[in-house]
Design a protein around this ligand. Structure first.
Ligand code: ATP
Length: 356
């Protein structure tokens, strides 16, 4: 059971606390991604789990054992860094074998494990090369291979794909997905790439300023963000937010007034707030339709991506929205549109940003 448990984990650098009491239960064999804005503490949290930083407070367990005071080498973890961290004077083979050689594993076992990992990563023909003679993608595969041969209980990845170009990133992402299926080990993955988090992770942990905002499956976070922060962070392009007011409230739904005069009925989970309450309406750009009837809007700017068209619009009351349309749509700045929103794909947030 290589579960990873954090209880009340805090971390300060000098007088500044950057992790403010994090509780997390990562299950055996689970792939968990840490996401959040720059500086929110993703890497620090990963380094605490790795043992590269000491906890300021709280408890950390791996595989049921408290590891607060264990050095990295004795935690049963292996870490893959953005920078690969390979020894330049060693061949790919020796880089992969290095940790096992240090721990005095016998030569035959080392050879078997290195060859098996190389096969899995399709780098068998590169083992005699030094890092300088490998491409970025190949170097990262060697670094991943070095982690695999140690047969860790937990893999830790710190933005492993961010130094790769777009095409290689897609390919290596697919390889990590396959690795996840083949190894079925616990994996914790820090990324600022939404697509990586959404496609690889069983669950995503959204961090903000050293706190956990929400933990959930990728689609759970997309469809049911707990608050405005998660709603705005998950999804690309980002969710639109509009200031609106409640017209009528009933059990299980709220009707709001949209800019331009129309109304929209939106199902809510909690107690609906009374008429007149100011709320924030959240609508994803892909959930705004163009219709005969609907909210009037004027096109401000158009971005054509070929397969889709992003249209920036201004509403009657000057609030702005982004509309994402399928295909290459013949539309230009100054055009007038009518926009159609659906209550089932809209979200409402109260004055402190909690979803209703
Ligand atoms: P990014 O996405 O930019 O890599 P991150 O979410 O991984 O960011 P961290 O690197 O964990 O963020 O940093 C969290 C906070 O802790 C930041 O404010 C950072 O400046 C601070 N910090 C990190 N390491 C140290 C350190 N060794 N000494 C002082 N402050 C640090």
């Amino acid at each position: 059971m290589a579960a990873v448990t954090l209880r009340g984990v805090r971390k300060s650098f000098g007088r500044f606390e950057v992790i403010h009491g994090v509780d997390l239960d990562i299950r055996d064999g689970e792939f968990v991604a840490f996401v959040g804005p720059s500086g929110c503490g993703k890497s620090t949290l990963l380094r605490l789990i790795a043992g590269l930083e000491d906890l300021s407070d709280g408890d950390l367990s791996i595989d049921g054992a408290l590891v607060n005071d264990l050095p990295p080498a004795r935690r049963g973890i292996a870490m893959v860094f953005q920078s690969y961290a390979l020894y330049p004077h060693m061949t790919a083979y020796d880089n992969m074998a290095f940790g096992l050689t240090l721990s005095r594993t016998d030569k035959r076992t080392i050879e078997e494990r290195v060859r098996a990992a190389a096969r899995l990563l399709q780098i068998e023909n590169l083992l005699e090369r030094k890092p300088r003679d490998l491409s970025g993608g190949q170097r990262q595969r060697v670094a991943i291979g070095r982690a695999i041969v140690r047969e860790p209980k937990v893999f830790l990845f710190d933005e492993p794909l961010s130094n790769l170009d777009a095409a290689l990133r897609v390919q290596t992402r697919m390889e990590i997905a396959k690795l996840k299926e083949d190894l079925r080990a616990t994996m914790i993955y820090v990324t600022h790439d939404q697509v990586e988090a959404m496609t690889l992770a069983d669950r995503i942990v959204v961090l903000n300023a050293g706190r956990v905002e929400q933990v959930g499956s990728p689609l759970d976070l997309y469809h049911r963000p707990r608050n405005r922060f998660v709603a705005g962070f998950i999804g690309s392009p980002a969710m639109n937010f509009l200031e609106v007011a409640v017209v009528t409230a009933e059990a299980g739904a709220v009707t709001i007034a949209l800019p331009g005069g129309a109304t929209l009925r939106i199902p809510v989970d909690g107690a609906p707030p009374p008429a007149g309450t100011r709320l924030t309406l959240g609508v994803r750009p892909e959930h705004v339709g163009v219709a005969e009837q609907g909210m009037p809007a004027t096109v401000l700017a158009v971005e054509r991506l070929g397969g889709e068209t992003h249209c920036h619009v201004a509403l009657e009351d000057a609030q702005r929205m982004l509309v994402r349309m399928e295909g290459d749509i013949p539309i230009s700045a100054g055009d007038r549109l009518r926009l159609n929103l659906r209550g089932e794909t809209a979200h409402l947030f109260d004055d402190v940003g909690q979803r209703l």
